[in-house]
Structures are given as structure tokens and as C-alpha cells.
Ligand binder design. Structure first.
Ligand SMILES: [Cu+2]
Length: 167
């Protein structure tokens, strides 16, 4: 009887998000009349969240604000349904005039090539797929221009809800 019981507990824990390297994915939908689409894959390894992106339909050879926003709702045509940036962590260091404070969801910018494709990964430690500062169910956003804390943020051109692959 005892071996059967141990196996049953192991399956239960995995189904509840205790896998060693949790993963998630967001499929980007274009917003504000853009043609931007893409896929973002998330992998948590210990304290580091790796965020791999492949985005197409961008302006060529440019930089774009890349953030996690506080609500997993990309439904509005301007993507403002996703709210502000996720979780303020300091009073300065943010990415736009509207969000001058530093936010856990402020990620490094992404850059497009001559074909308007951005591909690569960034890592983050202020957000995770674990219970603390979890980004599961939130939105990942691409803006039409670079981050500039002295200016209002640029329009939101692509948005996707971050969905755990375990479910
Ligand atoms: Cu943003």
C-alpha cells in the first residue's frame, strides 16, 4: 500500500504548480491598428524568469517598451484594459511619465531587425511564475516606441495574457 500513496502525492503537487521549472506562454494580439504579432515563452529556473520573445510586424531597426501590465485583460482596442504596469517597487526608475516609479513589470526593451522582427530573451528577477510577484494571468505588452521616463508612454501595439502551461 505505501508506494501507491507516495506516487499519488507526487502527482497532486505537480498539478498544483510545484513543478521544478514552471513555464507559461502568451500569444500577442495586435492593438491600436498595428500589425504586430508574436509569442512569448516564460521559464522559471530558481530565482530567474527567462522571457523568450519572437515578435513580427514591428517598425524596422527600432526599440520598443516591453512590460508586464497589472491586469490580464487585452480586450480593448487600445489595450488600456490591461491597466498600468505591474507592482511598484521603488519611487524612481520607471519607463514613462505616467509610471515614473520603478515597477517589477518593467522589462528591458526589445529591438527589431531590418525586417521588423525582434527575437531573443530577457531575464527578470522581480517577477516570477512562483507565488511571489507571480505574473501568471497578467498581460505582457509591447509599446510603439522606446521607454522614456521624460515622456508619456507610447501606444500599446501588442498585448497577450500570460497563461501557465501546467493548466
Ligand atoms: Cu507598458
Amino acid at each position: 500500500m505505501k508506494p501507491t500513496l507516495i506516487i499519488a502525492i507526487g502527482v497532486f503537487l505537480t498539478a498544483n504548480g510545484y513543478a521544478k521549472n514552471p513555464t507559461a506562454q502568451a500569444i500577442l494580439e495586435s492593438r491600436n491598428g498595428s500589425k504586430t504579432t508574436g509569442t512569448i515563452n516564460f521559464t522559471q529556473t530558481n530565482e530567474i524568469l527567462k522571457i523568450e520573445y519572437k515578435v513580427a510586424g514591428l517598425k524596422a531597426n527600432s526599440s520598443f517598451g516591453f512590460h508586464i501590465h497589472e491586469k490580464g485583460d487585452c480586450s480593448s482596442l487600445d489595450a488600456k484594459s490591461a491597466g498600468s504596469h505591474f507592482h511598484k517597487i521603488a519611487d524612481v526608475g520607471g519607463t514613462s511619465k505616467e509610471t515614473p516609479g520603478a515597477f517589477a513589470g518593467d522589462l528591458p526593451q526589445i529591438k527589431s531587425n531590418e525586417k521588423g522582427i525582434a527575437e531573443g530573451f530577457v531575464t527578470a528577477t522581480q517577477v516570477s511564475l512562483n507565488k511571489i510577484n507571480s505574473v501568471e494571468g497578467l498581460a505582457i505588452m509591447i509599446h510603439s516606441g522606446p521607454d522614456d521616463v521624460t515622456k508619456p508612454s507610447t501606444p500599446r501595439i501588442a498585448c497577450g495574457v500570460i497563461i501557465s502551461k501546467l493548466k
